[in-house]
Design a protein. Structure first.
Length: 156
């Protein structure tokens, strides 16, 4: 079946009726009829979110360096297991979340798990480093901030 009836488009959903964009960066456009797939618009971060991430990047730089050093040592040793870097990654997580969302990155809320997986996939891939993969880690913090349950300090 083509999904069309004599009166026009049918009720059968099609592949283009699904949102494939990352919801941390895109949202459905309000007021749009979504006639030809889902009409999306870019999300512009608010001032609080920008301050939160900018200050966390500055304040937690020590832990980022620790993860970078661990990653380099792991690559030099030819290891393919990221468990050697678990402690520095967890310390960086605690710094970014002020220990309000668990003591380990594994304790992160469920809605941040896709970004955690992307962070690990990126960081422990050949020819990759924290400078390339930090955006995925930042998206975890963004998701917490935008969730409405965030208790992170945005007053700097």
């Amino acid at each position: 079946m083509s999904g069309f009836s004599a009166t026009g488009a049918g009720d059968k959903p099609t592949f283009y009726d699904k949102m494939v964009q990352d919801p941390i960066n895109w949202k459905k456009r309000k007021g749009s009829k979504h006639e030809f797939g889902i009409d999306v618009e870019k999300i512009t971060p608010g001032a609080e979110e920008i301050r939160l991430l900018g200050n966390r990047h500055r304040d937690c730089k020590y832990y980022q360096i620790g993860v970078d050093v661990c990653h380099m040592q792991m690559l030099k040793a030819g290891s393919d297991n990221f468990l050697a870097c678990k402690k520095p990654i967890d310390a960086m997580w605690r710094c970014y979340t002020e220990e309000k969302h668990g003591l380990s990155i594994r304790d992160a809320p469920a809605y941040t798990k896709p970004y955690e997986a992307k962070f690990y996939d990126c960081l422990f891939r050949d020819a990759s480093g924290l400078d390339v993969c930090m955006s995925h880690f930042g998206n975890m913090v963004r998701a917490i901030h935008r969730s409405g349950e965030s208790e992170l300090n945005t007053d700097f």
